[in-house]
Structure formats: C-alpha cells, structure tokens
Design a protein. Structure first.
Length: 261
C-alpha cells in the first residue's frame, strides 16, 4: 500500500515546471514611453485589531487608473517581514496582465536582508514566473493550469480587484481559475468567490459586505467593494488607537516592479 501511494504521489505534476528562458512582455505602457501617474480610485489602510496576535501587522494599498490599465500597489509589513505587491490589470476587462512581489526579511546584520523577488507574466499562453535567487541569479518557470482571471496575494487589499469585477449580489457566487501567490510555490486553481449576507461589525464600526474565498476566509468591504478588513481581526487603521510597535528593520530601498527582477 505504501509503495502504491508513493508511486501515485510521484505522478502528480508540480504546480510549475522549470524552463531555461523567461518570458517578459515588459511593464505595460499603453503605447506611451511611460504610464501617467493616473487617478486614485481606491485605497485602504488596515491594521491588526484587538483580537489579532500579530499586533504590528499593517497593510496599505492603492488602486490607480493609469490610461489603459489599472494598477494595484500594496504593502503588508510586521516586525520581521515586508511584502510589496504591484499588479497590473486591463482597464476594459479588469483581468490581470502582470504581477510583481517582493518579500524582504532581516538578515543577521544590517545590509544582509533576504530579498525574494518574483515577476508573473500573464499575457503569455502560460503564466511565466521569473524569480531572483539568493545569489542574485534568475530562475524561470511556467505554471500549470488555465489562464487565471484573478490573483490572490498576501494581505487582503488585492481582493478588492476581484470583488469589484465580480459585482455579486447577496447569495451570488463566481468560480474562476485564480493564481494564488501567497505560498512559496504558487498555484493556479479554481476558487469560488461568494457574497453572503451583509452584517454590522462592531470592530469595523459600520455595516459591511461579506465575501468568502475557498468557502472560508470572510472578507469585509464597503459599499464600493473596497476591502475594509476580515473576520480574523484586520480592521481599518483608524479604528486602532494604540501606537504601532517599533519596526525591527527597514526594507533596503523602494520597490521597483518595472525593472526587477
């Protein structure tokens, strides 16, 4: 039985396969030399509420309409890590075109921070991942699965993009192929987004819309479907009165999703 299980397990394909060369269509520019700054159409600042153990957790995000695309930028940070996201969507279809993620963790000494850089190209027949190694080199992968129509990333703010496109009524649901980039090995799978009954949430201090993914992970939004927090205790930053704990480290430089990795 054990041997049969091992054989069966070995036949399961990994979510991605290594390739020798990467695919990079470049950062979208809408036919310009560079994108305009554009207009802010959504933003949020979230913090750990009183029921969360990760007291230093803070998440900020912003969505800009920039010519023919919408760009989501976000940061999630706490004592020992900082994660930056930059995800570009087609303005007309609101489907993802490109995603970029940077994770920075402190090293043994200042200046020795560990940096994990990944770029996802979604305009190619298969999603292409380019990842920077600890030594500064590049590794390239192709992800298995259908072209994703949404992306789930670290934090909650990025779900604003999927929820706003879905425009679900109470009781409605949408099942699509989604690229989940939260784990160390990314995966494309079918995920159901569902809207359940609105509720009055005392921690957030207002009536909220409630959505779930994976049949769990309740997310709260405002009437414009901009994420406000979640059932785990993430709330709007203005609802938290205590000061943030001191940062143990600072990321080495601003994120650069256009030129890295």
């Amino acid at each position: 039985m054990l041997a049969a299980t091992m054989i069966a397990t070995s036949c399961i394909p990994l979510p991605r396969e290594r390739v020798s060369e990467g695919s990079d269509e470049g950062y979208p520019t809408c036919g310009r030399d560079a994108l305009p700054e554009g207009d802010v159409i959504a933003r949020g600042a979230l913090r750990a509420g009183p029921v969360m153990q990760a007291r230093s957790l803070i998440e900020t995000f912003e969505v800009r309409r920039r010519d023919c695309v919408r760009v989501f930028t976000g940061n999630q940070s706490w004592d020992m890590s900082s994660i930056d996201l930059d995800v570009v969507y087609d303005e007309e279809t609101q489907l993802p075109l490109r995603a970029w993620k940077r994770i920075v963790s402190p090293g043994a000494r200042p200046g020795e921070e560990r940096i994990d850089l990944r770029r996802f190209e979604l305009r190619t027949p298969r999603v292409a991942l380019t990842q920077q190694t600890d030594e500064g080199g590049l590794e390239h992968f192709l992800l298995r699965g259908e072209r994703p129509r949404a992306i789930i990333g670290p934090g909650r703010g990025l779900l604003t993009m999927w929820i706003q496109r879905a425009q679900l009524p109470v009781g409605g649901r949408l099942r699509e192929h989604v690229l989940d980039i939260r784990e160390s090995i990314e995966v494309i799978r079918e995920v159901t987004l569902r809207r359940v009954e609105d509720r009055d949430d005392p921690a957030i201090g207002r009536r909220v819309r409630v959505y779930t993914i994976y049949g769990r992970e309740p997310i709260y939004t405002d009437e414009n479907d901009v994420v406000l927090g979640d059932m785990m205790g993430l709330v709007p930053a203005e609802r938290v009165t205590e000061p943030l704990p001191p940062r143990l480290f600072e990321p080495p430089g601003a994120p650069d999703p256009v030129h890295t990795p």
